[in-house]
Design a protein around this ligand. Structure first.
Ligand code: PLP
Length: 406
């Protein structure tokens, strides 16, 4: 064991300073608990940004990765490998899509999705159909193509982001209708905006997008990198809204912490990216696919997705109580399933609460300016949710005290 201050100082000396990490170094995890370099325990309400759905150090996942590592890590996409075929079978069976394209991250899955949409129409001779419609507060990743879809200026500025994207207010169906035309290849959206501040699609919005896309011959593409793999209580988050896209990108929760991304498409789009037009060296490698298969089996064996709705409602109720106790600090809470945001009052910064939460033994992330985001592992227990929210109450009480003139 080391100590936090020493590891933080070493990290600050050599890590590229593009992040602003909290001054703690995590050493190991177990279920929904993390332990830092000094052995202090934290309730993990972040799960690595909605990644570690089956919790930390799950024995089934750890064993699967170890066994696969001893058997075959990687062979490239010049040959088949048994594990990736099996994962494609599982994902298509569970989602109702026909095809799976593997990659290594959410950004990459979205790059593939963008290329698929444009190349689909290009391949049909419809070369003028290249424009994308995306949304304010949208987050689709940090690669340049994905950035072109991202709706937040600070992520985009200064990077020479490619154009061809119209940004429209999330939830505003009329604005989408007004911008549709024969040059639109696809509408791209999150079913619940995660990074943008945990904003669920309003009633009827996604169904409306489906109709508009169909009416204009465009594709509807869902970025389910954060909402997929059970986070909203369904295998795909879109199932909660009863709407199907033409393709869906997945990543975060898929590998349970092992990097893997996937694009799922309908059979109608199977010809959009013929051999030679798109690929990746690592995508679909046996180790990543074995990790994802283990995650899927754990989700089944522990009935985790079916429990998300109930756990999410408990979390919502607990956060509602915080709103009642601290009305001057809390505006409300929102989200779906185990993707929930506690919205702070105007003028308060969520980022400033993360260190205080850590002191109280809870790891959280911020989403947008003033939303504290809860994305616990799907294995989280009711008691852990209660303990975490009670610790956040202490943080809110401190904020409330500061507001109070002595
Ligand atoms: C995290 C996220 C991404 C980017 O995923 P990376 O693996 O960081 O590239 C894309 N879209 C959404 C909705 C996300 O939440």
């Amino acid at each position: 064991m080391g100590n936090n201050a020493e590891i933080v100082a070493r990290g600050q000396a050599v890590l590229y300073p593009n992040y602003r990490p909290l001054p703690v170094s995590m050493q190991r995890g177990q279920g929904s608990t993390l332990f830092d370099a000094e052995g202090k325990a934290y309730l993990d309400m972040a799960a690595g940004v909605a990644v570690c759905g089956v919790g930390h150090a799950h024995p089934v996942l750890a064993k699967a990765i170890a066994e696969q590592a001893a058997e075959l890590l990687h062979v490239s996409n010049y040959v088949y490998n048994t594990v990736n075929v099996e994962l494609a079978e599982q994902l298509t069976r569970r989602s109702g899509y026909a095809r799976a394209l593997f990659c290594n991250s959410g950004g990459e899955a979205n790059e593939a999705m963008l290329k698929l949409a444009r190349h689909h129409f290009y391949g049909q001779g419809d070369t003028g159909r290249t424009r994308m419609v995306a949304f304010t507060h949208a987050f689709h990743g940090r690669t340049l193509g994905a950035l072109s879809l991202t709706g937040t200026a600070k992520y985009r500025e200064g990077f020479g982001v490619p154009g061809g994207v119209t940004h429209v207010a999330y939830g505003d169906l009329e604005a989408v209708r007004a911008t549709m035309g024969p040059d639109v290849a696809a509408i791209v959206c999150e079913v619940v905006q995660g990074e943008g501040g945990v904003i669920a699609a309003p009633e009827g919005f996604l169904a409306g997008l489906r109709e508009l896309a169909d009416a204009h011959g465009a594709l509807l593409l869902f970025d389910e990198v954060q909402t997929g793999i059970g986070r909203l209580g369904h295998f795909l988050g879109a199932e909660a809204f009863g709407v199907r896209a033409d393709a869906v990108s997945l990543a975060k929760g898929l590998g349970g912490g092992f990097p893997i991304g996937a694009l799922l498409t309908t059979e109608a789009l199977a010809g959009a990216l013929p051999p030679g037009t798109h690929g990746t060296t690592f995508g679909g490698n046996a180790l990543a696919c074995r990790a994802a298969l283990a995650v899927l089996s754990i989700l089944d064996d522990e009935n985790l997705i079916a429990e998300v709705g109930r756990k999410g409602e408990l979390l919502r109720d607990l956060l509602d109580e915080l709103g009642v106790r601290f009305p001057r600090v809390v505006e409300g809470n929102r989200g779906l399933g185990l993707l929930r945001g506690l919205v702070l009052r105007e003028g308060l910064l969520a980022r400033d609460c993360l260190g205080l939460a850590l002191e109280q033994g809870v790891l959280l992330t911020a989403a947008g300016e003033r939303v504290l985001r809860f994305t616990p592992p799907l294995v989280v227990t009711d008691a852990e949710l209660r303990r975490a929210v009670e610790a956040i109450a202490v943080v809110l009480a401190k904020l409330d005290e500061k507001l109070q003139p002595a």
